[in-house]
Ligand binder design. Structure first.
Ligand SMILES: C[S@@+](CC[C@H](N)C(=O)[O-])C[C@H]1O[C@@H](n2cnc3c(N)ncnc32)[C@H](O)[C@@H]1O
Length: 273
């Protein structure tokens, strides 16, 4: 592939999704875009780049972007954020009037393990008359569809999911495990781009945005963090992945003291609403 073609594809993917492809990622383009070349009868990545230059190639650009996302996920990933959520939920519940709806967002939800982990956890917390809405969003249509269907392989359910919760919330179907209808009904999955307009999703009490900012450059991380801060309730909590932080990127979020990976709005901002 010519350096020009690489730069064109990398620029397109970054502008659509924020994902940064450094020049050493040529092999990744070859492997991940191979199936698309085959599907569209294209001889090379140069031919693909040429086709993408056509402004009418929006659907192809979307498919290329989706193919270059990394969708790795697991149930109760890293443990800690879920332990913290278990502690913080009763506080949030008590701070809301009876009948209120707590809103929880798994932004960049991939195949849904994070959102379903939250739903399982909620099943064990007394909600004291409050309702809960869980939304999972991701830029990649394919993973959103998978999340919605709620099928997981034996390998996937063996990663992080306690046997007790597997038995309680999953059924075996055609050699795979499917999330129970009750749990599926607790979560709504939609396509959503973190670089897009986030105000339409409304305000959230809890936001998980984990293991996606690592793929962005600093200005994009800052932009997304500021947009997420604007959607977080004044007393809400944002969880980031273990290799992610707000430090040096925004002052609209600060670490929750003593809780790795958990962030909140600074007190003055919280008081202002
Ligand atoms: C590594 S997965 C993380 C999944 C889950 N949050 C976790 O921590 O297990 C990253 C996800 O971010 C999604 N993603 C990448 N860029 C995005 C964007 N601009 N907006 C929304 N989702 C994005 C990818 O499609 C992928 O499913």
């Amino acid at each position: 592939m010519s350096p020009d073609s690489f730069a064109f594809i990398a620029g397109l993917v970054k502008s659509r999704s924020g994902l940064v492809l450094t020049s050493d990622k040529g092999y990744m383009l070859e492997t991940r875009l191979g199936p698309l070349l085959k599907r569209d009868g294209l001889a090379s990545l140069d031919a693909l780049a040429l086709k993408l230059r056509d402004p009418r190639a929006g659907a192809l650009a979307e498919a290329v972007t989706e193919a270059l996302t990394t969708n790795e996920s697991s149930f109760f990933r890293d443990g800690k954020p879920f332990d913290h959520l278990r502690k913080v939920l009763p506080v949030l519940i008590r701070a809301r009037p009876a009948g209120a709806t707590l809103r929880i967002w798994s932004a960049a939800c991939s195949t849904g393990q994070e959102a379903y982990s939250i739903a399982m956890l909620l099943g064990e917390v007394p909600l004291e008359g409050r309702r809960v809405e869980i939304i999972g969003t991701d830029i990649a249509d394919g993973v959103v569809a998978r999340a919605r269907e709620g099928y997981f392989t034996q390998f996937e359910v063996q990663r992080g999911l306690p046997a007790r919760l597997l038995v309680k919330h999953f059924r075996q179907e055609e050699g795979r495990w499917r999330v129970s209808p009750e749990l599926r009904n607790m979560v709504r999955f939609e396509r959503g781009n973190l670089l897009g307009e986030l105000r339409g999703f409304g305000r959230f009490d809890v936001i998980f945005c984990r293991n996606v900012l690592i793929y962005f450059d600093a200005p994009t991380k800052a932009r997304v963090l500021n947009a997420l801060a604007a959607q977080l309730q004044p007393d809400g909590v944002l969880y980031l992945g273990g290799a992610e932080t707000v430090l040096g990127l925004t002052d609209r979020l600060v670490p929750v003291p003593g809780e790795r990976g958990a962030y909140e709005r600074p007190r003055e901002a919280a008081l202002a609403g």
